[in-house]
Design a protein around this ligand. Structure first.
Ligand code: AMP
Length: 301
């Protein structure tokens, strides 16, 4: 495994791999790696000849009052996990390498960034789109792996790739959870034991959602209200948003019976100073189960 801190060295190494016809897989991260990141690396390892892991706490995606300065870091642990997961190249640039001067060029994906985390964290997705597009230009991967833990990010990157005809395949990977149900996140280290215990209300609400949707006759807003009320009963939970939207377009859904695309139940809730996000997709099949259409000819019987 090689570790590079400069764009030039990484490019040279990858140039050779490309000449040899190797398939390159990229896993972009901000480090403090856990089993969620490892699952992306495993998938990349299975599907690529050369696996590139980037570790970069990207300043442009943090707002002025967010946790950039205290974002957890553990370069040695990260390199161990990378080695254990068969990474070929680790790219760990300093901010000055990625941004020798402030970028005059920006990338803004509109529409789908005006809701959920885009609404709560202004400019966040502009920063994400900028750094991911820089990484795509630096690495030129055939495939790039992203976790559905950040489902809106997957929607934004996929849309950017489509709109700009970028030659990379985006591979969404399932959310990895602790046995308790808590979605793994680098930010979980901020949680006290009690906050962590109470944070289970997120995954628990998501698991109960299909039943609640059924009870609500397939009504998205009623489901949303039910989840918000349930989470609000948890003393340490401070809700940022609870939203049920279509996925990946992130629009207001009508009813489950009329659904033409999957839905996402997206949650952002603060426990103390820590803002956690979690989500669950409801496929068309699950939506149909939650609100079976009334069979023709039986209406009113
Ligand atoms: P981060 O380091 O938090 O920016 O995450 C880097 C990548 O790992 C993103 O694509 C995340 O969606 C993904 N990721 C983070 N946590 C998880 C998780 N629990 N399960 C699956 N993917 C994850």
């Amino acid at each position: 495994m090689q570790v590079y801190t400069t764009i030039r060295e990484l490019r040279e190494a990858l140039e050779e791999k490309r000449r040899e016809g190797k398939r390159i897989g990229l896993v972009p991260t901000m480090g403090f790696l856990h089993a969620g990141h490892a699952s992306l690396l495993e998938r990349a390892r299975r599907e690529s000849d050369t696996v590139v892991l980037s570790i970069f706490v990207n300043p442009t995606q943090f707002g002025p009052n967010e946790d950039l300065d205290r974002y957890p870091r553990d370069p040695e642990g990260d390199l161990r996990l990378a080695r254990d997961n068969g990474v070929d190249y680790v790219f760990m640039p300093e901010p000055s390498e990625m941004y020798p001067r402030p970028s005059a060029t920006g990338i803004a994906v509109s529409g789908i960034t005006s809701v959920l985390c885009g609404a709560s964290r202004p400019g966040h997705f502009d920063g994400v789109a900028l750094v991911v597009s820089k990484l795509f230009h630096i690495v030129k991967p055939h495939r790039a792996y992203f976790g559905m833990k950040d489902a809106q990010q997957v929607a934004v990157i996929t849309r950017m790739v489509e709109d700009l005809n970028l030659d990379v395949e985006i591979v969404p990977c399932p959310i990895v959870r602790e046995d308790s149900g808590l979605a793994l996140s680098s930010r979980n280290v901020y949680l006290s034991d009690e906050e962590k215990r109470q944070a289970l209300v997120l995954s628990e609400s998501l698991s109960r959602s299909p039943i609640w949707l059924q009870e609500a006759g397939g009504d998205a807003l009623a489901l949303q209200k039910q989840i918000a009320e349930h989470i609000a009963k948890t003393p340490l939970a401070d809700i940022d948003y609870v939203q049920v939207l279509t996925y990946p377009d992130l629009e207001r859904p009508t009813t489950a019976a009329a659904a033409k695309s999957a839905w996402i139940i997206a949650l952002a809730v603060r426990f103390g100073k820590t803002r956690l996000i979690d989500n669950r997709l409801l496929s068309l099949e699950e939506l149909a189960l939650a609100a079976p259409p009334i069979p023709q000819g039986t209406k009113g019987v």
